[in-house]
Design a protein around this ligand. Structure first.
Ligand code: FE2
Length: 456
């Protein structure tokens, strides 16, 4: 029997058979956003015991779609249909509508359902975090920031799960350049939970964007104690550490991280593929011989998953690994998949164009690659991802221009890249210093250093 009076830890009514089920569901949501291990297994168990928990089925659907693979969609739809058939309150029905919108690739329906929830129930952590996470992959950083700011007044230190609000707030502030605000919120969240991976990640981004390399290494070397106690998101924190090593020119250390933590064995998880390919590309641009085996490891995963991946920022990484290992047929199959999906949706269409450019770049046609990427330049962000991840596009364009000996373009690209970090007075000063250094660049070594942000 459902009891309409049962509420969760933030006072929101939830249709559930008992207070104990709600307590367990609350703990699952809390641990999900702490990236703890075994959370989905716990949700499976809970749904086996309480199959009428509508919001549990919706959460399972969200979890499945977060995998970013078309292969997970039928199971997510099963959970959606079960949720829709169960007795539920209006908030839960809106969650089901958001899941349906997500599954049907109807962004408007998904966004409006989550936003309606947050208008009426700003403490709905599930709506807040899922909405923020999906916006991250649409590339709309401003929207993400507005979303979190919009509920900020309702969250406070006494609200259960406040750390989860703070970490989302910190990351959205970082991606819109409010570094001081972001840092403060991230540190507050870390004070609540020292092993809050999303807050540590937001702080790592602040340090990355401000080129505070030593602090970044200190932060993440300290986190190394516990990172592997967490789920696969941990690989992305290891990747951030490798970026700081790369910035220092410690390429062996970055490769060691690749082999030990970032991509120790082949993985089809989209974030693992992104992290791994992006690191190898960056290292090769520094003149490092990364060997064939590492690309092979990524390409095996890409060959298996690229034509079902729905996280479109991954596509270019897949295609690069496939081309680097001479898997022309698999690369073509990926392009065909993007082209076909792109007929009905702008993201795969953009992923197709960017992947074509990557094929040209890695097939000895840097002029074609650069021209194609320049034509799309103002839309690169449309596949989502962070500024740090999107830097891959700029790196490829700079190296393409360098291969062409087009020095005016090299300098222009490097300055435009510096400009992605201008948001305030200190970053203006850093930009002006860096910009003068870029204008004085005359050799390849200087360009490679600039790609590590080493301009001071
Ligand atoms: Fe990141």
């Amino acid at each position: 029997m459902s009891n309409a009076d049962i509420t969760d830890s933030r006072g929101l009514a939830i249709s559930a058979p008992s207070a104990d089920v709600v307590e367990r569901f609350d703990a699952i949501v809390r641990d999900l956003y702490y990236y703890r291990l075994g959370v989905i297994d716990r949700l499976d168990e809970l749904l086996a015991e309480a199959p009428d928990l509508a919001l549990g089925h919706v959460l399972m659907g969200y979890g499945l779609l977060t995998e970013g693979s078309a292969a997970a969609e039928p199971k997510a739809r099963d959970h959606l249909e079960r949720a829709e058939a169960l007795p539920s309150n209006r908030r839960e029905q809106l969650h089901a509508a958001a899941l349906r919108g997500w599954l049907d690739r109807d962004d408007t329906a998904r966004v409006s359902a989550w936003e309606r929830i947050l208008v009426e129930w700003p403490l709905d952590l599930l709506a807040l975090r899922q909405h923020a996470a999906t916006l991250f992959w649409t590339g709309d950083k401003r929207h993400q920031a507005e979303l979190v700011i919009g509920v900020a007044g309702q969250w406070g230190s006494q609200t259960p799960g406040y750390g989860h609000f703070l970490s989302a707030f910190a990351f959205s502030m970082e991606e819109t350049g409010h570094y001081a605000v972001a840092e403060q919120a991230a540190r507050q969240a870390i004070a609540i939970e020292a092993q809050d991976l999303w807050a540590l990640h937001a702080l790592a981004h602040v340090l990355e964007m401000q080129s505070r390399v030593d602090e970044g290494i200190e932060l993440l070397e300290d986190a190394a104690r516990f990172l592997n106690d967490y789920n696969l998101f941990r690989g992305h924190l290891w990747w951030h550490l490798s970026l700081f090593r790369h910035a220092r020119g410690e390429f062996d250390a970055a490769l060691e991280l690749f082999d030990r933590e970032i991509f120790p064995k082949s993985s089809t998880f989209y974030l693992d593929i992104q992290n791994a390919a992006a690191l190898l590309v960056r290292l090769e641009f520094q003149g490092v011989d990364v060997g064939a085996a590492r690309w092979e490891r990524i390409a095996e995963a890409a060959a298996e998953s690229a034509t079902t991946c729905t996280l479109w920022f991954t596509a270019m990484h897949d295609v690069i690994a496939l081309i680097k290992t001479d898997r022309q047929a698999e690369a073509q199959a990926t392009l065909d998949y993007l082209h076909s999906e792109g007929a009905a949706s702008p993201q795969p269409a953009l992923a197709y164009d960017l992947s074509q450019a990557a094929v040209a770049f890695y097939s000895g046609r840097p002029g074609e690659a650069l021209e194609a990427m320049l034509a799309l330049r103002q839309r690169h962000g449309g596949l989502g991802a962070s500024h740090a991840q999107q830097d891959l596009y700029d790196q490829i364009m700079v190296i393409a221009a360098l291969k062409l000996g087009d020095w005016p373009r090299v300098r222009e690209l490097l300055k435009a890249r510096l400009a992605t970090r201008i948001w305030d007075e200190p970053s203006w000063q850093a930009f002006e210093r860096g910009s003068r250094r870029v204008d004085a660049l005359e050799d390849e070594a200087g360009v490679r250093a600039a790609l590590r942000w080493a301009l001071d």
